[in-house]
Design a protein around this ligand. Structure first.
Ligand SMILES: Nc1ncnc2c1ncn2[C@@H]1O[C@H](COP(=O)(O)OP(=O)(O)O)[C@@H](O)[C@H]1O
Ligand SMILES: [Mg+2]
Length: 465
């Protein structure tokens, strides 16, 4: 259990960023069933750095004025124990940077429709911020200025939100990044940011262009360079390889959109985020795929099953229990979760269970053997040999991850309750047919499922009875 912080109970650390730490937290008086929130607090070593504190408070002030489904909402900000903090909506999911890294690691490609869906939503959020006014109707001239994949959050429900307006509206990004001593994400800066010139919303269009280029091509545009100066130099002076040369199969209209966003001269770029979104929408509408609101959620869940299950449990506990100190004792740091580790643990559990089964079989057998004596001894020995010969070959069992929407449904296998609720993992035999059923309140679902080494996940959409 982490410490209490002001009126919040910190539940688990989500990330350590450049200047701040992000925690999953709960208001001490939050009602049962309310969703936890995220707390971002300035690292202690930066708490008396006036430049950073100014940036941090600017972030809070800026997002206070914005309410849009593609921008993370802010609930509260203040100072506690000499640390500035922001309390905001928690996005239960992953940042796009982590998603793209996992996609690369697994040699997958980001489906084109999802790429456009994500970038379009980001452009919607940004456009709203760019046009934001204060209560008196004065334009706030907000520019995000730090658009990079880590500042795009995607929830396991498929919501897409922009976060981290930490340096927004400051016309001196480069100076801020340098003065603060923070290792920045220079690879997404616009040429005008690199030159320390005045910037406007078109600077965000450029950064989104870099992200789109990377999502389509599956590799970074500038990241491989050795240091920040080299990256800025490249942004200013190097020609970007036209994406249609890198990917001859790309739709020429889409290639044009990407390269227009990446024009070095802001006057040649899209004038607004919405203009770019409209062009992307035309491409999206021309794609041939079965539109399905479950595609993005299941894509992200499949990449991070361990994180999804662990966080669901933490959130459920936080929603139903009221600040018991012991509650989170056994829940480790989230950053340590890794699918390979999960598979290793599952493998160990599987082996142990198989070992137990084998022992159990042999134990039963030997105890039977003990009943026979004297004249039956010879028969018993023959029986033993026969029995030994006919022991079942090892049945291949495997872990199957089961999700349902909504979650929290009871799981039945072949008509028998398993005592588990979604999300959960079940031990099932490979290549054997099962009937899996789900029940939650008046919602039900069911399917016939045969686990194979390729197919070890169920995503069930529940329906009204
Ligand atoms: N509201 C939130 N909900 C869930 N995760 C978040 C939230 N805010 C930030 N994070 C996670 O923490 C990371 C760092 O947060 P961010 O605000 O971008 O900090 P920094 O200013 O250090 O970059 C993000 O990339 C994201 O993974
Ligand atoms: Mg960030």
């Amino acid at each position: 259990m982490l410490e209490k912080f002001d009126n919040y109970q910190l539940l688990s650390k989500i990330a350590t960023g450049g200047m701040a730490e992000i925690f999953l937290a709960k208001h001490v008086n939050s009602p049962v069933n309310s969703m936890p929130i995220a707390i971002k607090k300035v690292l202690k070593k930066y708490s008396d750095n006036p430049v950073l504190v100014k940036m941090f408070l600017a972030e809070a002030r800026i997002i206070c004025n914005i309410s849009h489904e593609n921008i993370v909402k802010i609930y509260d900000f203040g100072k506690f124990d000499d640390q500035y903090f922001i309390a905001m909506e928690y996005v239960f999911g992953q940042n796009l940077g982590a998603i793209l890294e996992k996609v690369r690691e697994r040699d997958l490609v980001m489906p084109l429709n999802l790429t456009i869906e994500i970038i379009s939503a980001v452009l919607c959020g940004l456009d709203h911020a760019h046009n934001a006014q204060d209560r008196n109707g004065t334009f706030l001239n907000i520019v995000h200025l730090d658009m990079n994949p880590n500042n795009i959050l995607i929830s396991y429900e498929g919501k897409i939100k922009v976060v981290d307006f930490g340096i927004a509206n400051a016309n001196y990004t480069k100076k801020l990044k340098m003065d603060s001593g923070i290792q920045g994400t220079y690879a997404y800066l616009s040429p005008e940011q690199c030159m320390g010139k005045a910037v406007d919303r078109r600077s965000d269009v450029f950064s989104v262009g870099v992200i789109l280029y990377e999502m389509l091509s599956g590799k970074p545009l500038y990241k491989q360079l050795e240091n920040d100066m080299a990256i800025m130099n490249s942004i200013l002076n190097d020609e970007i390889e036209p994406i249609n040369e890198l990917m001859p199969e790309i739709d020429p209209k889409l290639a044009k959109i990407v390269m227009k966003a990446l024009e070095k001269d802001p006057n040649r770029r899209y004038a607004t985020a919405m203009d770019m979104r409209e062009d992307l929408q035309l491409i999206y509408n021309s794609l041939e795929f079965d539109p399905n609101s479950e595609m993005l959620p299941s894509f992200v869940k499949k990449l991070f099953p361990a994180h999804f299950i662990k966080m669901t449990k933490i959130i459920e506990q936080a929603q139903t229990e009221y600040l018991m100190d012991e509650l989170f004792n056994n829940i480790g740091e989230l950053e340590d979760i890794d699918l390979k580790e999960k598979q290793r643990v599952e493998e160990e559990v599987k082996q142990k269970e198989e070992e137990e089964k084998r022992k159990e079989k042999n134990k039963v057998f030997f105890s039977r053997l003990g009943l026979f004596s004297g004249i039956f001894a010879g028969l018993a020995v023959i029986f033993f040999i026969l029995k030994f010969l006919f022991i079942d070959p090892d049945v291949e069992v495997d872990m199957v991850t089961v999700f349902s929407s909504p979650g929290g449904a009871q799981i039945f296998v072949n008509g028998e309750p398993t005592g588990k609720v979604t999300p959960a993992s079940l031990q099932l035999e490979l290549n054997k047919k099962y009937i899996i059923e789900f029940r939650k309140d008046d919602m039900i679902g069911g399917l016939e499922f045969t686990p194979t080494s390729e197919n070890r996940q169920i995503n069930m959409q529940l329906k009204q009875r």
